[in-house]
Design a protein around this ligand. Structure first.
Ligand code: TYD
Length: 133
């Protein structure tokens, strides 16, 4: 698999559910940045980039969305539709996100601050980078 799915333990009782995420315990990196994508309009596709070094863990804490992952050789489609499942993206992976439900809140944890220099936003440059790797 290109992306790795991680199941989080749900602390549930008759009041409801709670999930805790801790650095280097159930997330395999130190978390430096958290962002979330929400209010995504119908039929929007986002992403269209790869990262040179960034590690990310994406969780659809509400609703659902789909990922297309591409490592230059293979493609993979993953639907995130549960707050207790995280998608780990590490290494050179082209990603696109689509089919966001109206209520989707996509939470992303990363191991680095935002850095535009870490992005590859051109698919042909992504393929070149893969071949140089
Ligand atoms: P963008 O990279 O277009 O989002 P996506 O890859 O999900 O389609 O990011 C949208 C805007 O938000 C863009 O102007 C960059 C900015 N941004 C930050 O300022 N900090 C961040 O951590 C991220 C991920 C984006």
């Amino acid at each position: 698999m290109i992306g790795k799915l991680i199941d989080f333990k749900i602390n549930g009782d008759n009041r409801g559910s709670l999930i805790a995420i801790e650095n280097n315990h159930n997330v395999p990196f130190d978390i430096k940045r958290v962002y979330y994508i929400f209010d995504t309009k119908k039929d929007v596709r986002r992403g269209f980039h790869a990262h040179k070094n960034l590690k990310q863990l994406a969780i659809s804490v509400s609703g659902s969305c789909k990922f297309l992952l591409d490592n230059g050789k293979d493609k993979e489609y993953i639907e995130l539709n549960s707050p207790n499942q995280g998608l780990l993206l590490d290494g050179l992976v082209w990603r696109e996100m689509f089919d966001f439900s109206e209520d989707c809140v996509l939470l992303v944890l990363t191991n680095e601050y935002y850095d535009e220099n870490d992005y590859i936003r051109d698919y042909s440059k992504f393929l070149e980078e893969i071949n140089n790797d």
